[in-house]
Each structure stands twice: as C-alpha cells, then as structure tokens.
Write a protein that binds this ligand. Structure first.
Ligand SMILES: Nc1nc2c(ncn2[C@@H]2O[C@H](COP(=O)(O)OP(=O)(O)OP(=O)(O)O)[C@@H](O)[C@H]2O)c(=O)[nH]1
Length: 301
C-alpha cells in the first residue's frame, strides 16, 4: 500500500525520528558546508539545524578534538574515493553529555556550485559503543578472577620495559605459583580449588599498590609487575603475600586446610634491551628454585 505523506507530516517525522538527515558538500579547499539538517539535531546533537547550516564550525565545535581530526581525514578520503562515508565520533551534547554518533553518507545525484552533494544520516550509537568497550574489556580479563589474562599481562610487561628504557626506573616482577594445587583439587574438589584461586587473588591484590599490575599467568600461576621497585622492595611485598597465604585457613565442609605459595622474583635494572620473555624466564627460574628448595619460599634471579 502506498501512503502519501504531507510536508507537515514529514517535518514532524524528521523532528521526532531518532536520527538526523543531512546534505553536505565538501569544497576542494577543504571547507565543508551543511546544506540541509533535519530538525532531529536539537535532540541528538543539542544544536539547531539552522545554526549548523549557517556555520558548520558550530557542529565541528561539539566533536571531541581527537575524533574531529579523524572525522575530517575520513571525510576527505571518502570524497576522494567518491563512494561511501562512515565515521563514529564522540560529541558533547550540552543536555546529554558525551554521546557517540555515527555519521554515514554517500554521493547523491545533486550538485551544489558544481560539487557533488552527499546525503546522509547521524544516529546515536552510544549503547553499541559501551557494549563494545565492555566486551573488549572482558576479553582482556581472566573470566574467573577478573585479573588481566596472560596476553594482557605480557603486554603490560612489554610496556613497562619500554618505559624502563626511557626513564631507567627499576622495576621487578613476581611469578607466584600455589604449591601442590593439584592435591587441593584432588582432595577437596575443583570448586574448592576455584575458591582458593579467588582467595589468593584477593590476598595478592590487597598487598599490591594501585600502580602495580597483577595478572593470571596460567592455572595456578600469577604474575605481578611491581612498579618502581628493586628486588629488595619486592622481597618485602612477596614475603607479606607468602605469610598471608600461609595464615589463611580454608574450610571444605568441616575440614580446615591451608595452602602455601612459592614466589620467583627478578628485577629489571640493566640498561640493555630485554624482551618480556627473557624477564619472565628469569622469574620462572627463580620460581623453579623456590619449588626445588621446598616450596612456601621466595627466590630471586
Ligand atoms: N580448580 C582449578 N584448578 C585449576 C585451574 N587451573 C588449573 N588448575 C589445576 O592446577 C593444577 C596444577 O597442578 P601442577 O601443575 O601439577 O602443580 P601443583 O600441584 O601446584 O604442584 P607444584 O606447582 O609443583 O607445587 C592442575 O591440577 C590443574 O588442573 C582452575 O581454574 N581451577
């Protein structure tokens, strides 16, 4: 069925639809002009259509400066290619605060002063962007402990090594491995094993500072990056964690049990370039030594 719609109804539709339609032209000197903006801009952008059409700077001024540069580069690129334009940017809507909008347009069959007019829409994509950010964050974390996962903690170590090359401030890493953890699973069950891992996460986190970084390196192995700390400083932290773990009493039903942890430490202090793998290897050798020396102890390399 074909429905006729009057101009008044169309204006009403454009005012209340959750999007903004626009016509845009980009001149060869890089200046842009909005030839038409629908009334929905009041709500979506917090800007009147006539103000945007009068001066496009009114629109540019609400786009985050870091996103504006990208938006204009993408705009130029799309114009050169002459096919399709899409860009997601953050804007500051005076009434709503920061929101993400998507601008998408393509060339129309219309020309303005000899230049092709692009027709497009803008729409609020804040929900999608927040979900995306949440999923990205989740992918970087270990699902059970919520600590950084292995690849993130190795990335963090790599960044710390680059920072070290710039400012030469020493730092250390600790590789912590729960002792005889297989026996805990075997004797008390996997779920109790999981609880132990969570409790260990809590203990280790509570002994570290905000600036330190803790990640789950493997099943019952954890890696901590201790910022701006010598081997001696790190020994003090490691000993606090070791003692705290040893003193913690766990219960499964009515059976109390305790656990211990072995810790390997290495300090990054040499000025020559080191890879994360080399640093982890040293900490792993120290951890191996701690296990060899009877566990529930700390060694360094
Ligand atoms: N409950 C639980 N167990 C895990 C998890 N990840 C790994 N494990 C277990 O951790 C145990 C590690 O055992 P091993 O590598 O033999 O080491 P260990 O028994 O701690 O012995 P040492 O490290 O030599 O003191 C294995 O039985 C794994 O199944 C987990 O997420 N939950």
């Amino acid at each position: 069925m074909h429905t006729n719609i009057s101009l008044v109804e169309l204006e009403h539709l454009l005012e209340f639809a959750p999007c903004v339609l626009y016509k845009y032209v980009l001149f060869p000197n890089g200046d842009g002009r909005l030839l038409y903006v629908s009334a929905g801009s009041n709500d979506l952008l917090g800007l009147h259509a006539k103000d945007m059409m009068g001066d496009i700077d009114n629109f540019w001024s609400i786009v985050y400066p870091s996103d504006l540069e990208r938006l204009q580069a993408e705009d130029n690129n799309a114009n050169q290619q002459g096919d399709f334009f899409v860009s997601d940017v953050r804007i500051n809507n005076p009434a709503k605060g920061t929101i993400w909008i998507r601008l998408s347009s393509k060339p129309s069959d219309e020309f303005y002063e000899g230049h092709q007019v692009w027709t497009g829409y803008m729409v609020d994509i804040s929900d999608t962007k927040h979900l995306e950010a949440e999923l990205e964050e989740r992918a970087r974390r270990d699902a059970m402990t919520q600590l950084w996962n292995k690849s993130e903690i190795v990335n963090a170590l790599s960044e710390e090594l680059s920072r070290f090359e710039r400012d030469n401030l020493p730092f250390s890493i600790m590789l912590m491995d729960l002792d005889h953890f297989k026996a805990i699973n075997d004797n008390h069950g996997h779920l109790v094993g999981d609880d132990v891992l969570l409790k260990f996460t809590e203990i280790a986190s509570s002994q570290l500072r905000e600036v330190d970084i803790l990640g789950r390196f493997g099943g019952e192995e954890f890696l901590a990056i201790i910022h701006n700390a010598s081997q001696e400083d790190t020994m003090v932290i490691a000993e606090r964690i070791r003692q705290c773990v040893e003193k913690t009493s766990f219960t499964e039903g009515t059976t109390p049990f305790s656990i211990t942890v072995s810790i390997g430490i290495t300090e990054v202090k040499k000025t020559h370039k080191q890879t994360p793998e080399e640093v982890i290897k040293r900490a792993d050798n120290a951890l191996y030594q701690a296990k060899q020396d009877g566990r529930n102890t700390i060694r360094f390399r």
